[in-house]
Ligand binder design. Sequence first.
Ligand code: FAD
Length: 537
Amino acid sequence: VLSADGEGGPRDAGIDPASRPRKDDPRAIRRVGVIGGGTAGYLTALALRAKRPWLDVTLVESTGIPIIGVGEATTPSMVPFLHHYLGIDPDELYRAVAPTWKLGIRFDWGPHPDGFMAPFDWGSNSVGVLGSLATQGDINAFTLQSLLMAQDRAPVFDLGDGEHLSLMKRMPFAYHLDNARFVRFLTELAAQRGVRHVDATIADVALDADGWVDHLVTGDGDRLDFDCYVDCSGFRSLLLGKTLGVPYVPFTDSLKTDRAITAVVPHDGRIKPYTRATTMDAGWCWTIPTRDEDHVGYVHSSQFLDEDAATAELSRLYPEAHRFKTVRFRSGRHEECWRGNVIAIGNSYAFVEPLESSGLMMITLGILSLVGSLPASWDDPAPRGVVNAALAKKWDEIRWFLSLHYRFNTRKDTEFWRDARSSTDVSGLEPLLEVYRGGAPLRFRDPIVRGFLEATAPTFYGLAGVDCLLLGQGLPTRLLPMTEPVESWAARKAAADSLVAQALPAEQALAAFDTEPRLNAELLDDEDSWVVRSGTE
Ligand code: FAD
């Protein structure tokens, strides 16, 4: 998502002088109002200040309307976004937010008792998926990162005398960000970086003759005027949905969950380096480690399970769970994210249930789109059509990718899962599934077939992601033959195992990063680091 290959890369994501408003232009965009103080609102406001520092940015939020308060597992693109794009000092982030690391998702899913790993290095196939399937019947030994996840370790090594060697720059990873601490941190940073703050409830929105937002009226009767309005009001979708009436496209046929019961669980200092997704009777449960405790959430369908029964089932999985809360949501998107002078980012535009932690990643994509395409003046052509089509396509791709998790999970035989297996709409990926049934992994198929799939199938994470998900769930296929003797695979696996055995448990590796700033500096600055190569400077 954040890669910027070739000449256009860094320039696209940097400060574009052409977007600076011209003097005496009455239609110039100078004042931007960001409505909403969740992660979408604060990240947007910070990005506008970082990349268009001449803008006057005001964030309006209502203390009477709380933020959603979940959204803690991220994807690797968040690391360069925070540190390179927004220029957030890693030491400050570690001190204030104390993130933990995510090497991938561990799915308690499908037919294998150990489930399957979806590591972020799935594209590398570094140990080998065919050898893993041939020798142990599952995909769990297919990359170095999956082996690290299986042992709760991170690729950091103790060299003695307080010295450490880190391979984190060789392996894509993401952060788990404690939501309350993260939003507090962003709030303080926004104030330091010149974002104006207004605590008010928007009670009315006035439109002009063209149907553009003219001004906002607060509950106290104050008037707020901006040139551009970024709707980050969460599921209320105050401007895009409620005021402008941009139609909503529900994803319910593919994604039927609509509630989460969240809670916290003690972890006794053992911090797992992954998000866990565990199949439950009417959905699934996330387990996200923070430094102090695990945050858990049972995502389910209220059609199949009521709140009390969901809470009881979560308590059976985690008897020590406490601080229960209920979160309601819906999966789908609006037809457009940008209409007139309103651009919606975050849940106000679209959301899919959190199975692949796509919320914050899609927020950053919305932000890059806004920063990259907002004109200097409303008299300039604005690429609304392209932005609307491109972001809608991305959201539809995630919808189809997530639908595979429901259609093919054979772990439980409950009413919810029987319904999911028989009726989840996967039609967007049907042509790809036909190819898969004829031979997998897809990434080893004939180049012409692969090319067609990559050009036409809405895979979102590419063929490596689909292979991981379908082979991990044990969906029947004709496995392609290995092209090397199994001994070669076993030698690679033994080398990987020996590296993993020397790697530190995740909590010790994190502690090394807390105390040795050099480790983060080489991760974020070395030319051969994946963070630098992903290019969001
Ligand atoms: P919110 O946090 O809801 O903020 C809305 C803001 O708008 C508030 O500040 C409110 O005061 C303001 N507002 C609303 N109406 C008005 C008004 N009239 N006047 C003034 N202000 C107003 N994402 C991930 O990346 N990883 C995850 O693991 C993940 N897990 C999730 C789990 C669940 C169950 C859900 C529902 C979401 C999850 N997400 C996840 C998504 C993530 O939580 C959200 O995308 C993210 O927090 C952004 O929320 P937001 O800023 O759009 O909205």
